[in-house]
Design a protein around this ligand. Structure first.
Ligand code: NAD
Ligand code: TDX
Length: 352
């Protein structure tokens, strides 16, 4: 297969591309603007492959999208490019509307033009796979899970922009017959995760001897999935999923934020003991995120039953591997800290 991956220099996109080059015979074109979140060194392990190529361009640029589609001739478009950080969407929602909604519209419209000109057999086999989030479903109380039929109830500028993009994708499938797939996934973690997100931020600040910021009372719950398991799920969906379908993807690993932070501290105490005291001594409760969703949890029974996908690692295994990766790959994250983002607090604008 020939797979065009938008956002392939990001956290999940690069995990997908590394998987496709290292474990399949597929050919991959990464289409990425290289925003602050695009990190080319995350693709270094596959950069020398003759089945890998890269174009730096914006998904909002219709001509660039059309050119890439007609030159590369993909069988699959895996659309991951997005603004992805909830805190940044609170500070500056405009970029989220532009990239996540307008950009997805441009991708759909240009893909439709390309798809309509394909021979019938290629047209039938083609897939536009939109990668989305469980945050479109809103916030859960203590009980219940998000399923594929849960009504949408997004609450942050980020999740609203992703919900809008999901609706556009389904509309292009329903109205124009474009063979679309949508996946809604829970929180990912693992190697190459940008340091603005909870898990890498805590690991890096812990190592730097800085306060570990826990929003609110730390009781918010996320359902964590190791990023390589998400990449495996995406491959299963675009290779074997039924067009028009939505699949929820989750780790079945719910944790309160404070549990995640104390787990990381305990692993670091073992792997990189401090001279004095323990890493948990650095934990600091800080002002909550405005509109902070309380709990996300995914019911992944459909993808398990239909596509035989389940997570391959537990949270305990995945978080151990992740902490070890950050300890062994300081140059990857130090370059980001030096040039782009140095783990300062984001997303409190609404609170002043
Ligand atoms: P990320 O922020 O790490 O990477 C985003 C990538 O998209 C970057 O390489 C960036 O350069 C690129 N990009 C941004 N704007 C672009 C534009 N206008 N044109 C071309 N490229 C552009 O994001 P991520 O965490 O890897 O998330 C990837 C996708 O998965 C997103 O659509 C996100 O909504 C979704 N998702 C993420 C998670 C998660 O936990 N991280 C969970 C579920 C779904
Ligand atoms: O410093 C922090 N302290 C803290 O307590 C940060 C950065 C976060 N948090 C909390 C907020 C959340 O409850 O930790 C939780 C996780 O926060 P993030 O890493 O910002 O992720 P989240 O907001 O849950 O969204 C992530 O998962 C769903 C991704 O960023 C999204 O792209 C994805 O759609």
């Amino acid at each position: 297969m020939r797979i065009l991956v938008t956002g392939g220099a990001g956290f999940i996109g690069s995990a997908l591309v590394r998987r496709l080059i290292e474990h399949t015979d597929h050919e991959v074109l990464v289409f990425d603007k290289l925003t602050y979140a695009g990190v080319l060194s995350s693709l270094e392990p596959v950069a020398a492959s003759n089945r890998y190529s890269f174009v730096q361009a914006d998904i909002c640029d219709a001509d660039a999208v059309s050119k890439a589609l007609h030159a590369f001739k993909p069988d699959v478009v895996a659309h991951l490019a997005a603004e992805s950080h909830v805190d940044r969407s609170i500070d500056g929602p405009g970029e989220f509307i532009q990239t996540n909604m307008v950009g997805t519209f441009v991708m759909l419209n240009q893909t439709l033009g390309y798809w309509r000109d394909l021979p019938d057999a290629d047209k039938a086999a083609f897939r536009f796979h939109h990668i989305s989030t469980d945050e479109v479903f809103g916030s859960l109380g203590e009980d219940g899970f998000f399923s594929e039929t849960t009504p949408y109830d997004p609450r942050s500028p980020y999740s609203a922009s992703k919900a809008g993009s999901d609706h556009l994708v389904r509309a292009w499938g329903h109205t124009y017959g474009l063979p679309v797939l949508v996946t809604n996934c829970s929180n990912n973690y693992g190697p190459y995760h940008f340091p603005e997100k909870l898990i890498p931020l805590i690991i890096i600040r812990a190592l730097n001897g800085e306060p570990l910021p826990v929003y609110g009372d730390g009781s918010n719950v996320r359902d964590w999935l190791f990023v390589d398991d998400h990449a495996r799920a995406l491959q299963a969906v675009f290779e074997t999923g039924a067009p028009g379908e939505t699949y929820n993807v989750g780790g079945n690993a719910e944790k309160q934020n404070i549990e995640v932070v104390t787990t990381i501290c305990a692993i670091l105490d073992r792997l990189r003991p401090k001279a004095n005291g323990q890493y948990a001594d650095q934990i600091t409760y800080v002002t909550d995120r405005p509109g902070h969703d309380q709990r996300y949890a995914i019911d992944a029974s459909k993808i398990r039953a239909d596509l035989d996908w389940t997570p391959s690692v537990t949270f305990e295994q995945g978080i151990e591997q992740t902490v070890a990766w950050y300890l062994g790959n300081q140059s990857w994250w130090q370059d980001i800290l030096d040039a782009r983002y140095s783990t300062q607090r984001l997303g409190v604008a609404a609170n002043g």
